[in-house]
Design a protein around this ligand. Structure first.
Ligand SMILES: C[S@@+](CC[C@H](N)C(=O)[O-])C[C@H]1O[C@@H](n2cnc3c(N)ncnc32)[C@H](O)[C@@H]1O
Length: 378
């Protein structure tokens, strides 16, 4: 199998966790960049990342790398690629772009349009027929990254972004993306063989992601991928082997208790439904309760939560202000002697209100919101 270049995207600040995952998948030499990690590997490696990476958002296969200082250069470079290798007859396409530091191509929408025109013209010349554009559900999604005059074109293997595992059937306010929850668990060093409590579980993302990891369930097993629409027969055969091996690797149950708790009974109902859809319902205990009433049970493990950031707190049924809530979390930590705590906090007053110094404070981005992953050792 020949070597291909990949760029795997992730939330800013979670690149280290993604790099570790790729190394665990035996991918050689992953190199970090902001918002993603690149590596050289086989197409099978790309499929493995789609199936197994918990922190990744998209897996992009590089198809061209050229210089384009303006629209004409971008059009010409894109037309050089043999798109018949990727876009079969009757297939639909979509093009998206990010642009940076290119004075002639400032607008990503315009750059994407130029790339689309070049692909359509090239395919019409070769096939006698232009492909249709389907912006929301294309067969082949093409991505342009333009940085200065360096243009890189990719095919997206993922289809829907990888955080959509397929288990989120019930929503609450401000749910964490599944891939960000996985990054919190990884960067926070949450052990899969120790008890786990999310005392502010919302729709249950952290507890479900922890249960999936503890059971060894590959996050991509319950969904489809973009490459399934255009992979060759040989690639499909390899994909089936990967899926079979991943299915056989699932452990029958999580090794330690997992508790998802929240003050809001609607949130707990949603968490339960999501856990059922993820097939980890039997691994998680659900409870309605205020963080102030949490007391230790069984051996110590990890507390992990994404407390309200503040702006939406009025809707929480406590009615308390954010500072009082954080102070109450501090008292809960006093009670839970021996437990490590891993929190994803968006509010700068968090650690101060908790009256504790974190041993790790790591900056990452929850979409556009800057947040801090904080670890408090017992
Ligand atoms: C940002 S949300 C958590 C979202 C969750 N990580 C998810 O992915 O859906 C914060 C949660 O804290 C809960 N909460 C607020 N005050 C609480 C309290 N005093 N005790 C327990 N839970 C509380 C809210 O009901 C809400 O579900």
């Amino acid at each position: 199998m020949s070597a291909c270049n990949f760029f795997v995207t992730c939330a800013k600040g979670t690149e280290g966790a993604l790099r570790r995952e790729l190394v665990a998948l035996r991918i050689h030499g992953p190199r970090g960049a902001t918002g993603g990690v690149s590596f050289a590997g086989t197409f099978m490696d790309g499929m493995k990342v789609c199936l197994h990476a918990r922190v990744a958002m998209r897996v992009l296969l590089e198809v061209a790398d050229f210089r384009a200082s303006d629209a004409a250069g971008l059009y010409a470079g894109t037309r050089q690629v043999d798109w018949t290798d990727f876009v079969g007859r009757g297939m639909t396409i979509a093009v998206s772009a990010t642009t940076q530091d290119n004075p002639n191509l400032r607008h990503s929408g315009f750059a994407a349009l130029k790339v689309k025109d070049a692909i359509v013209d090239m395919l019409r010349e070769r096939n006698g027929r232009r492909p249709d554009v389907n912006p929301t559900n294309p067969d082949v999604a093409i991505v342009l990254h333009l940085r200065g005059a360096e243009a890189r074109l990719f095919i997206d293997l993922s289809g829907e972004p990888l955080h959509r595992r397929g288990y989120r059937v019930a929503m609450v306010e401000a749910p964490l993306k599944e891939s960000l929850a996985a990054a919190v668990l990884s960067l926070g060093g949450v052990a899969i063989d120790q008890p786990f409590i999310d005392p502010m579980a919302g729709s249950g993302t952290l507890a479900i992601e922890h249960a999936l990891a503890a059971r060894g369930v590959a996050p991509g097993l319950r969904r489809r991928f973009g490459f399934e629409r255009w992979a060759t027969a040989e690639q499909r055969r390899i994909w089936e082997t990967l899926v079979k091996a991943a299915t056989n690797a699932i452990r029958p149950q999580a090794p330690c208790p997992i508790l998802a708790r929240d003050i809001d009974k609607e949130a707990i109902a949603a968490a339960r439904r999501n856990a059922e859809a993820a097939a980890v319902l039997s691994d998680i205990t659900f409870e309605v309760g205020d963080i102030a009433t949490l007391t230790p049970r069984g051996p110590a493990g990890t507390l992990c939560a994404n407390p309200p950031y503040g702006e939406r707190l009025e809707s929480a049924s406590t009615g308390a202000d954010v500072e009082r809530l954080y102070a109450s979390m501090g008292r809960m930590l006093d009670e839970m002697r021996g437990w490590r705590a891993v929190f994803l906090a968006g509010n700068p007053i968090f650690a101060k209100a908790l009256r504790r110094k974190p041993t790790i404070s790591h900056r990452l981005w929850n979409g556009p919101i800057e947040a801090r992953l904080m670890v408090f050792e017992p």
